[in-house]
Design a protein around this ligand. Structure first.
Ligand SMILES: O=C(O)[C@H](O)[C@@H](O)[C@H](O)[C@H](O)COP(=O)(O)O
Length: 243
């Protein structure tokens, strides 16, 4: 049974630094335990700030970057290098400055990639990449998620048929959050992570965070749980309606 822990910090800057510091510790622990670590990144503003904050932390030098697998929880299905792609933003915020093993940076396919402008084929291709280690999914030590104003996580939106997907990946063609076409991990895939971290800052998240933590099952965020731990990492504004 996953344990839910809520951590509230004063503001978004502190939240970005706190999450970055926790992420370093989790990666270092996983590498000490099994020689490598697997982290799932997400898109959005606070996620970008976490990556930028991580680069500033001296303890980041404890990470063996060549022994880190990076995955994405979702991707805006756009051409490679498009500034709106989650991968582009993560690379600009941090990744391109790190000595990562390029073969272990598992970006979701672009809309000008091998499958062209076909998000279903791209989702299938990513499912294949996730299986390369021999299991349906690789170990996810930490799976990070932003939280939408409507309570979405990754590209899993309230009331959307994608919430019924039982595989590991899926395509979304009518995302209420632009751009319309996306590739996403499914909720069952998210739930295989050892720890799921839901990260939210600002007053525009107060309602969705309060509802999700209050058990409103209409919100996908309420279902995003890790196998051992689920962290809600919030600033004071986002936590204003948490009971
Ligand atoms: O592709 C995306 O946009 C993200 O994956 C999405 O799920 C994001 O994490 C939330 O919408 C929160 O975004 P903000 O942190 O910018 O509010």
């Amino acid at each position: 049974m996953s344990k839910t822990l809520v951590v509230v910090v004063p503001d978004a800057d502190t939240l970005a630094a706190t999450v970055a510091s926790r992420l370093i510790a989790k990666i270092v622990d996983a590498q000490a335990e099994r020689g490598s670590a697997g982290v799932v990144l997400t898109g959005g503003r606070i996620a970008k700030r976490v990556l930028a904050a991580l680069e500033e932390l001296p303890e980041a030098r404890a990470i063996d970057w060549a022994q880190l697998d990076l995955w994405w929880g979702d991707e805006r299905f756009l051409p490679a290098g498009d500034p709106e792609r989650n991968e582009t933003q993560a690379r600009e915020a941090l990744l391109d400055a790190l000595p990562l093993d390029p073969a272990r940076v598992h970006a979701m396919p672009a809309s000008d990639g091998p499958d062209g402008d076909d998000p279903e084929a791209a989702a299938t291709r990513y499912a294949g990449e996730l299986r390369l280690g021999g299991a349906e999914l690789p170990p996810f030590d930490v799976l990070m998620l932003g939280v939408g104003e409507d309570g979405h996580v990754a590209s899993l939106f309230p009331g959307h048929p994608v919430l019924n997907e039982t595989g590991t990946t899926a395509a979304v063609r009518d995302s209420p959050k632009p751009p319309p076409n996306r590739v996403t991990l499914t909720m069952p895939a998210i739930q295989t992570a050892d720890e799921v971290w839901l990260i939210a800052a600002g007053p525009d998240k107060t309602d969705s965070v309060g509802r999700a933590l209050g058990g409103d099952e209409l919100l996908p965020a309420a279902h995003a749980t890790g196998r051992t731990k689920t962290y809600w990492l919030l600033d004071k504004a986002a936590a204003a309606k948490v009971g």
